[in-house]
Write a protein that binds this ligand. Structure first.
Ligand code: AP5
Ligand code: MG
Length: 384
């Protein structure tokens, strides 16, 4: 979900740029100034309460702002993303925005501030006064609005600078020039958004085959703990030798070993949209660890697909494949047992956060692929 806030002093050009951005990115615009003016026109209690403050150029109380925002956001649950114009304007409103977006399992991607000196803002607003009909487009009120901005609103930039999502844009120039600068910032932000998918499913459920097709379609890197371990074994590294013995027994490799390999691989990802995790996490502890590793890298698990295939079918597929560690029936059962033991814990971990999609793994490769691809598309839509 692409959520952007457009920031800047009165007259910076927020209201001029916002309809253009809405058209380009299919966003839903929330301008608290426009919402307040609608309330005033309709003579509602909220409008009456705000009118005096606006006429004097002050800031409307946060309580009123929360009420109009909650109403607008809850009436538009299907929005692709929101463009906030003139909000947040105080430190308190910055926290309010965090809370509102968290409730929708999303967050603000960038706060773009249009940098325009007060003198130019005043000239522009006096120009607009000719036919805007706005009660606050008067010289003495503009002065108060600019003062309010500099004292109460400008400090909010610190909140977003700390989070690393404040982007300053030069607000001088033609409307089209500024639009180009703003869209450049948004496009770069979109490119940097990582998408991570976790594939769950028993050994033999078809994760490997599907992971390759999904990775190609969504430009993701497959991160398979099994492949990382096999790689170590092939290289004959000390880790590989230790791992080989454990795999022969059909038991799980210790967390420390897997984590180190996974972390190195996450760090080395370049030019891809994110990862498909396969065979990791395998335990509840590893699920927590993965969330921690991704958070450290500034991203998260967006979507979890649990590929379900009946046990009897898994046994049939594994025996038919005949890899060296699949040859003994006892080993197959050991692996299935280890998997089933952890599956419940993992699916409730991810189910609780609304990221889990249970996929029927029986059917042709294409059928299963389509079932898996759909929730990834949806997660992409939400993430971007
Ligand atoms: P609001 O409606 O948000 O007004 P504002 O902050 O004073 O900002 P403006 O809408 O005047 O400026 P803008 O940046 O949108 O510029 P615009 O594109 O129109 O808020 C009004 C009042 O409501 C506030 O004072 C407050 O009381 C209250 N309020 C609202 N939100 C609140 C909140 N969250 N918390 C508390 N109180 C709140 O451009 C201005 C002019 O410049 C136009 O004529 C335009 O054509 C021209 N222009 C634009 N770009 C250019 C350019 N590149 N070159 C030349 N001219 C340009
Ligand atoms: Mg405006």
């Amino acid at each position: 979900m692409l959520n952007i806030a457009l920031f800047g002093p009165p007259g910076a050009g927020k209201g001029t740029q916002s309809p253009m951005l809405v058209a380009r990115y299919g966003l839903f615009c929330i301008s608290t100034g426009d919402l307040l003016r609608t309330e005033m026109r309709n003579g509602t209690d909220l409008g009456l309460a705000a009118k005096d403050v606006i006429a004097k150029g002050g800031l409307v109380p946060d309580e009123i702002i929360v009420q109009i925002l909650e109403k607008t956001i809850s009436e538009n649950p299907q929005a692709n993303g929101f463009l906030f114009d003139g909000f947040p304007r105080t430190w308190v409103q910055a926290y309010i925005l965090e809370g509102l977006l968290l409730k929708m399992h999303t967050s603000l991607m960038a706060l773009i501030s249009l940098e325009v000196p007060d003198r130019v803002c005043t000239e522009r607003l006096l120009g607009r006064a000719v036919n805007s009909g706005r009660i606050d487009d008067k010289h003495e009120v503009i002065e108060v609005r600019l003062r309010e901005y500099n004292e109460k609103t400008a400090p909010v930039l610190g909140f977003y600078a700390e989070r690393g999502i404040h982007k300053a844009v030069d607000g001088l120039g033609t409307v089209d020039e500024i639009f180009d600068r703003v869209t450049n910032v948004i496009d770069l932000t979109l490119e940097s958004v990582q998408m991570n998918v976790v594939l769950l499913g028993g050994p033999g459920s078809g994760r490997g085959t599907q992971a390759q097709r999904l990775a190609a379609k969504h430009n993701l890197t497959i991160l398979s703990a099994g492949d990382l371990l096999q790689e170590e074994i092939r290289r004959g590294s000390p880790v590989g030798q230790q791992v080989f013995a454990q795999m022969e027994e059909g038991s799980l490799v210790p967390d420390e070993v897997v984590i180190r390999l996974v972390e190195e691989r996450i760090k080395s990802n370049k030019g891809r949209n994110g990862f498909i995790f396969k065979g990791f996490p395998r335990t509840l502890v590893q699920a927590y660890i993965l969330d921690g590793l991704l958070r450290k890298a500034g991203s998260q698990v967006n979507c979890v697909l649990d590929l379900r295939v009946p046990t009897i079918e898994l046994v049939r597929r594994l025996s038919a494949r005949g890899r060296h560690y699949d040859l003994a029936t006892a080993t197959i059962f050991q692996r299935l047992h280890a998997y089933e033991h952890y599956e419940n814990a993992l699916s409730s971990y991810y189910g609780n956060s609304g990221r889990l999609h249970v996929i029927d793994g029986v059917g042709s490769l294409d059928e299963v692929f389509l079932r898996m691809s759909k929730p990834i598309d949806e997660a992409f839509r939400l993430a971007r």
